[in-house]
Design a protein around this ligand. Structure first.
Ligand SMILES: [Zn+2]
Length: 289
C-alpha cells in the first residue's frame, strides 16, 4: 500500500489563511504576522514547545509570527503540490529520493496569485521609495505656519500623491488647521514653471537677489535697534532696583511707585525679547529660502 503524508488540519488552516489574506485581500508579508499574533495563533515552534534562545544576546525570543515565517510559507510550492520528495538534495549517493504522496493544502491558482501579489507589493514599495517630495519643508501653511509635507493614498484608479498641512494633524497641534491638501504634480508644476520663468529672465534673478539681501539687512538693522532698546530698559531696571533697595526712601513710595515702575519695565523687556526672537527667526528663514 502507498504511504501518504498526513495533513495537520490545524496547521493547514493557518496556511490557507495566510494565502487567502495575501492572494485575495492584497495583504503584505508585514501585515499578516500582526493578524496571526493578534488571533493568538501559535507558530510551529511554540506548538512543539521549543524555546528560541540567543546565546549571543542572552535572551529568549517570543514565539511570535514574523515577516520571514510568513514569507517562507507563501513562497513554498510544497503547499499546492500533491507529492513531497524526501531527501531530494541528499549529499549521499546511497540515499535515493523518495516520493511521498500528500494532499495539496491550497490550489496552484491561489499560490500563483499570492506570488503575483508579493511582486506587486515589491514594486509598490519601490515606487514609494522613489517618490521625491521636492517641496517638503519649503511650503508653509498661510494660516497655521506649519510646513506642508508629502503624503500618498491609494484609490481604485491608482495612487494619489499630495502635500498636506502638518498643522492639520492631531498629533502635532491641539487645534488642527483646516487648510486643504494640494496635489503633488499640480503644485510642483507651478513651482517648476516659476523657476523656468526666472531662469529665462536674468534680470529677474538680479532683482530677486538684491531684494532678498535688502530684506535681511533690514531685519538685521531692526534687530540691532531693538537690542539697543533692551539695553536701555535693563539700565532703567537696575536704577529702579537701586531705588527700591534704598532705605532712605519712604517705604510707601518704594512699595508702590517704584515697584509698579519695575513691573512695567519688565513687561516691556518681555515684549522686546519676543520681537527680537521673531526678527532673528525671520532672518534665518529668509536665508533658507
Ligand atoms: Zn494650516
Amino acid at each position: 500500500d502507498e504511504d501518504r503524508l498526513v495533513i495537520d488540519e490545524e496547521e493547514a488552516r493557518v496556511v490557507r489563511r495566510i494565502f487567502n489574506l495575501i492572494a485575495n485581500h492584497g495583504w503584505s508579508c508585514y501585515r499578516v504576522p500582526d493578524d496571526l499574533n493578534a488571533l493568538g495563533i501559535p507558530t510551529r515552534f511554540k506548538k512543539l514547545e521549543r524555546v528560541l534562545r540567543s546565546k549571543k544576546y542572552n535572551r529568549i525570543y517570543e514565539n511570535k509570527w514574523t515577516r520571514n515565517n510568513v514569507k517562507s510559507i507563501v513562497t513554498n510550492d510544497l503547499y499546492y503540490k500533491d507529492e513531497y520528495i524526501y531527501a531530494q538534495n541528499s549529499k549521499f549517493d546511497f540515499v535515493k529520493p523518495v516520493i511521498i504522496k500528500k494532499e495539496p493544502i491550497i490550489s496552484k491558482r491561489i499560490f500563483l496569485k499570492a506570488k503575483k501579489q508579493l511582486a506587486a507589493n515589491r514594486s509598490d514599495y519601490n515606487n514609494r521609495v522613489k517618490t521625491m517630495y521636492i517641496l517638503t519643508g519649503r511650503l508653509f501653511c498661510h494660516r497655521c505656519k506649519y510646513p506642508y509635507c508629502g503624503g500618498r493614498y491609494s484609490t481604485k484608479k491608482g495612487i494619489v500623491f499630495y502635500y498636506g498641512d502638518l498643522g492639520k494633524k492631531k498629533e502635532v497641534t491641539s487645534s488642527p488647521c483646516s487648510s486643504a491638501a494640494v496635489r503633488k504634480e499640480l503644485i510642483e508644476d507651478i513651482i517648476k514653471n516659476d523657476i523656468k520663468y526666472f531662469l529665462l529672465n536674468p534680470d529677474n534673478i538680479k532683482k530677486y537677489i538684491l531684494n532678498k539681501s535688502k530684506k535681511s539687512l533690514n531685519n538685521d538693522f531692526k534687530a540691532i535697534e531693538f537690542e539697543n532698546k533692551k539695553d536701555k530698559i535693563n539700565k532703567d531696571i537696575d536704577r529702579l532696583l537701586e531705588l527700591y533697595l534704598n532705605e532712605d526712601i519712604p517705604e510707601s513710595i518704594r512699595k508702590k511707585g517704584i515697584a509698579d515702575k519695575l513691573k512695567e519695565k519688565e513687561r516691556e523687556l518681555k515684549i522686546i525679547d519676543n520681537v527680537i526672537f521673531e526678527l532673528r527667526n525671520k532672518e534665518k528663514l529668509e536665508k533658507l529660502r
